[in-house]
Ligand binder design. Sequence first.
Ligand SMILES: [Cu+2]
Length: 331
Amino acid sequence: MNKKGPLYALFLSLILLLPGCSSIAVLNPKGPAARTLSDTIILSIVVMLGVLAVVYILYVFVLLKYRAKKSNEGYIPPHEEGNKWLEAIWITIPIIIVAFLSVVTVKTTVDVENVAADYKDQKPLVIYASSSNWKWHFSYPEEGIETVNYVNIPVHRAVEFRLYSFGTISSLWIPQLGGQKYAMSDMLTTLHLSADTVGSYVGRNANFNGKGFAHMEFEALAMTDADYQEWVKDVKETAGPLSEEEFKNLLEMEHVGRKTYTNTHLSFSPPPGDHGDHMGTNGTEKDTDNGNTEHQDNKEIHPSPAPSSETEFDSVPNPELDDESATHEGH
Ligand SMILES: [Cu+2]
């Protein structure tokens, strides 16, 4: 077999794979948080490629220079004592590389956790994003509207997503706007995002949580402020209100399309408190049992969802589950 075969295969696969990079959503950011993340990823890759390059160049060089040759047959190298300077160099360089990457990563993490510098002075647009099997609910308390499975935001605006879940832990992720963050049933988490380009971005659940996981995709549409205001006005004129009864039904439905309402579920089904709410001032949990007391008091109106056939992990095959999967075939 041709010895160079695997080498050609490697080059060919690189040529085929690398152009695909431009279509990786994470590396095609449309907002400051996603741009910070993308820059960090690229910087880390470059540093790691540098390390690999040094290793492979030295590897090939040493292999070629010190291989057994006709001219030095039977040669036995002299015993070498350690070299203080060489050892110091190859211990120090990795420490510097790791320290550099750590500092960059910590800085990036802090940056994306906070509102982006350009949008610091704005009052953020608050959107409560809650997940239920297998949907996303977006409540706009300021506008008094709610959507299901799509979210519209104005560009050049700080958006504060407050995340929680009516079921399993899920994770809200709009790759072109920022990183993912978990949504849990008894605690709010906050995700700061902003878009600086008008456009439609794919949002998804980044935490595998069961059968309907793949259906938890939604559209995040970044629109100009004027378009956004007009959309809010349109919703208020054309959509209907969301009743408590309807919301309960909605939670139980597995797959629904887009829905729009002229009020939010927050009034009759309040979100759990902020993580900070149940932490003492010295950072210790005030309530070690189940976190938020306010949420616990509202159990009747904000009940934990009953386990469904899909959230139970039985070893016994569930006949109901089989029936259901048959009806999902059309998706
Ligand atoms: Cu907590």
